[in-house]
Design a protein around this ligand. Structure first.
Ligand code: F6P
Length: 364
């Protein structure tokens, strides 16, 4: 048995822990493992390395991915040189499968978010044996309780919120911390609760400018001359749009969000006599060593993926359900974004400790 592994989409802490988990578990069964470089790009270009015990030693605690990744390499609509071209997406899935077979790969472990898993599902439907492992800091995949990478991102975001508290208090300022998360507000919500954010703005709850101003003013009336706003990059005003920072051609989702926090700062400074400062956390949330939880989850997912292959359960994805590593079908897993439901316990928790969601219609 020979397993191929690839990591696709944006990197996050824990990817290497999965690569290690898959490799060690497979080697102990006497199987061989190879790692494709730069996600599906390496499969199309036939670039891979042998993964032995030495190759995966010491990587458990390392962020990023030793295999490299790509968020624009889609074998079914390939736009990258030298085999594709930006203007006209080509279907190179046949070449990808040919390369997998030429390398002697019996099963592919695809580690990634919705884009990567969608491609994995298509390869599976075309008859190639695939299992998926879900990752993303955004925690927006519907078929798992949580993805690895999320907890590590929360750690960075919560520490940032903690750190701006003291400067906000000393200068009597409003500090605005912008988190990632794309169309799901999980990072802002959980780190906002953990860090004691006074106002949390989520993509799922379009904000009303007057309600943000009221929340800041209410605090000032109570003698709190500083406020912490935690804003998710996908937050938008009622009847307004998200703030798009750039468009990445060829990406499964070309929109890159970012910068809404500057709009919030402008709104507050225009209407209240208070200074605002903005901290956009950006890719800091994807860096650093994975937390113990993410190491545990990623290792469990890696070992579970090898189990699935051994039992010939292809077309499935590892998933966490009530703290147990289980699996679901890729069909169940892909294409369904898990956003913050307005009736979730976290929203109630935040409202109950006096947090504003910048929209007075949201009440406990
Ligand atoms: O999906 C993970 C994520 O970090 C999002 O939170 C963010 O919107 C996006 O990727 C950023 O992508 P890039 O690395 O291409 O800037």
């Amino acid at each position: 048995m020979k397993i191929g592994i690839l990591t696709g989409g944006g990197d996050c802490p824990g990817l290497n822990a999965v690569v290690r988990g898959v490799t060690k578990a497979a080697l102990r069964k006497g199987w061989e493992v190879i790692g494709f470089k730069d996600g599906y790009k390496g499969v199309v270009e036939n670039r891979f390395e042998n993964l032995d015990d030495r190759a995966v030693s010491g990587i458990l605690i390392r962020g990023g991915t030793i295999l490299g990744t790509s968020n624009t390499a889609n074998p079914f609509a390939y736009t990258l040189e030298p085999f594709g071209s930006a203007g006209s997406p080509k279907d190179l899935s046949g070449l990808a499968v040919k390369n997998l077979k030429k390398a002697g790969v019996n099963a592919l472990v695809a580690i990634g978010g919705d884009g990567t898993l969608n491609i994995a599902y298509k390869l599976h439907k075309n008859g190639f044996p695939v299992v998926g492992v879900p990752k993303t800091i955004d925690n927006d995949l519907s078929a798992t309780d949580v993805t690895f990478g999320f907890d590590s991102a929360l750690k960075v975001a919560t520490e940032a919120i903690d750190n701006v508290h003291t400067t906000a208090e000393s200068h009597h300022r409003v500090m605005i911390v912008e988190t990632m998360g794309r169309y799901a507000g999980w990072i802002a919500l959980r780190s906002g609760i953990a860090g004691g954010g006074d106002i949390i703005l989520l993509p799922e709850i379009p904000y009303r400018p007057q309600d943000i101003l009221k929340a800041v003013n209410d605090r000032r009336r109570r003698g709190k001359h500083f406020s912490i706003v935690v804003v998710s990059e996908g937050a938008k005003p009622e009847n307004g749009e998200m703030t798009v920072n750039r468009v990445v051609a060829g990406s499964t989702d070309p929109l890159r969000l970012g910068g809404v926090s500057y709009k919030i700062a402008g709104l507050i400074e225009k209407n209240i006599e208070v200074e605002c400062r903005v901290v956009v956390l950006g890719h800091l949330q994807r860096g650093g060593s994975p937390t113990p939880f993410d190491r545990w989850l990623a290792t469990g997912f890696g070992v579970g993926a090898v189990d699935l292959i051994e039992r010939k359960k292809f077309g499935r994805m590892m998933s966490l359900s009530c703290y147990k590593c289980v699996s679901v079908t890729l069909a169940q897993a892909v294409g369904k974004l898990r956003r913050v439901p307005l009736d979730c316990p976290e929203i109630r928790t935040a409202l109950s400790v006096g947090t504003s969601f910048g929209n007075a219609k949201i009440t406990a």
